[in-house]
Design a protein around this ligand. Structure first.
Ligand code: GDG
Length: 469
């Protein structure tokens, strides 16, 4: 049986415990690696004075991880720069925030070459290679240039931007052309897949036939495969001792009020400001219901070295302060805004204690929090998921209360609808949601992709890119 080589920007070694910070993706990839054997390769998160390609191997819970350190300049240009200040905003439709700097593009390319150079000797002829996410778009091409003839797949965890937006990126054609080194590429939804087709056909003159896309004589297969969570594990987690404790603490501190919960990395794509404004609208429009609820927003900081992220942090603190200042009373504060992360089992308990899960990104590849909220609910008395129509998850979780997060009025209406929803309706909606979360879980997602990769015949006549000297 082939081995699986997973490559991603960061590597998350399995911890073997449910309380750690390992997310759903890490759990899925670890499970795949155990099944296929193999290696998970990526950046260690550490820096070194001069890049030396030294690989640090570790083995934990049957998964081998292999990590390298990068130079300070690599991190600035590749990670903080091109990945987080160019591609992330652009791919989330925020060209107003995207920074186009040749230095970033150069650093991104250099790190992809360094990854290819370092991981290449670890790849054996029968291995299948699966590359993750926007940090590593050109890595497949760099591996091909180093003679790698294996099956190579790529999965994009974030949206693919509409054609007109992507064409603002100076390196767009070059970057998209490199994708044709892959045998299979995957997106969460049909919408992102269609945007990819649009760019290849309308901007680059390629062609699409079914799920096969051809450009400049090279063909790849492009599929939509929505990621899921480990629903079974998460539902069990919500019954764990720490989850029960967190549940009790939240219910006690709510003193009979309904809790609305939001859990998001502090990121502008998550629509936190718009969420606070929608909630404020609810407080304003419904003085009678006002003190029956409170919003708990958990927002662990991320990418703190990027200026835009420092700004949203300051902006949100100001907004939460203003809303609390305007509406709080002696015995009630409308927003509890928490700027730190919690272990997964604590989160599961918090989700279960919340009458409403408010998941309102402005744009999101999928959104796993929505699925975790569903999986953590009490089947006898489940809460209501309010979900943005712009999250990839909205295509699967149709029984949620779907909202347009740009409209404060719609958000306010949705909160009222959720609060007034009968228990029978909550149960009926939750059953349908849970059915989807369980059926299309993370194992299903991983299988969809690896099956496509294994079953796609390799393009025999694929012209190779120029080899490296
Ligand atoms: C990208 C795409 C796509 C959050 N706070 C804490 C914590 N989290 C965990 C959640 C969830 C994960 O982080 C966030 O996942 P999302 O899917 O919501 O968002 P991104 O991080 O932006 O992920 C996204 C995903 O990739 C997978 O393809 O769905 O669209 O943007 O698991 O629970 N975890 C812990 N403490 C926290 O305080 N332990």
């Amino acid at each position: 049986m082939s081995r699986l080589i997973v490559i991603s920007n960061r590597v998350s070694a399995p911890t073997g415990s449910h309380s750690g910070a390992q997310g759903g993706l890490a759990v899925a990839l670890s499970a795949a690696l155990r099944e296929y054997r193999g290696i998970w390769f990526g950046w260690s998160g550490e820096t070194t004075e001069q890049f030396n390609g030294h690989i640090n191997f570790q083995r934990a819970h049957d998964v081998t991880t292999a990590t390298v350190d990068l130079e300070e300049q690599d991190v600035e240009e590749y990670y903080d720069g091109y990945a987080n200040r160019t591609l992330w905003p652009l791919f989330h439709y925020r060209i107003d925030l995207a920074e186009y700097e040749r230095g970033f593009a150069g650093g991104y390319q250099r790190v992809n070459e360094r990854f290819a150079e370092t991981v290449r000797p670890l790849i054996e002829p029968d291995d299948i290679v699966w590359i993750q996410d926007y940090h590593l778009l050109p890595l497949g091409e760099e591996l091909r240039r180093r003679g790698c003839e294996n099956r190579i797949g790529f999965f994009l965890h974030i949206p693919w931007p509409p054609q007109r937006l992507l064409s603002t990126l100076p390196e767009a054609e070059e970057l998209v052309t490199t994708l044709f080194a892959y045998d299979v590429i995957g997106f969460h939804t049909q919408e992102w897949l269609q945007s990819f087709f649009d760019f290849v056909t309308n901007e680059l003159g390629g062609s699409v036939e079914g799920d096969l896309v051809t450009l400049k004589g090279r063909t790849l297969r492009a599929i939509a495969a929505p990621i899921g969570i480990d629903a079974k594990e998460f539902a069990e987690l919500s019954q764990s001792t720490r989850a029960r404790l967190a549940f009790r603490q939240m219910r006690d501190s709510a003193v009979g009020r309904d809790m609305i919960v939001g859990v998001d990395r502090l990121d502008y794509s998550k629509g936190l400001e718009e969420r606070f404004l929608g909630y404020e609208r609810f407080l304003k429009e419904h003085p009678g219901e006002r003190k029956e609820v409170f919003l708990l927003q958990i927002a662990p900081p991320s990418r703190g070295s990027v200026e835009t992220y420092q700004k949203i942090r300051t902006g949100l603190e100001g907004l939460a302060g203003r809303i609390n200042g305007a509406y709080a009373d002696l015995d009630w504060v409308p927003i509890r805004y928490v700027n730190q992360g919690y272990p997964r089992d604590v989160l599961a308990g918090v989700y279960r204690a919340a009458r409403i899960g408010l998941v309102t990104p402005l744009r999101d590849g999928m959104n796993l929090v929505a699925k975790e909220y569903v999986a953590a609910q009490d089947p006898e008395d489940p809460g209501v998921l309010i979900l943005s129509r712009f999250a990839g998850a909205a295509l699967q979780l149709k029984e949620a209360v779907i909202v347009n997060p740009y409209s404060a009025e719609e958000m306010s209406d949705a909160i009222l609808t959720a609060l007034r929803m009968s228990r029978d309706e909550r149960i009926a909606r939750w059953r349908a949601l849970m059915d989807n979360v369980q059926r299309e879980d993370v194992i299903w997602w991983r299988q969809c992709f690896t099956d496509a990769l294994i079953n796609t015949p390799q393009a025999a006549a694929m012209p190779s890119p120029d080899p490296v000297d």
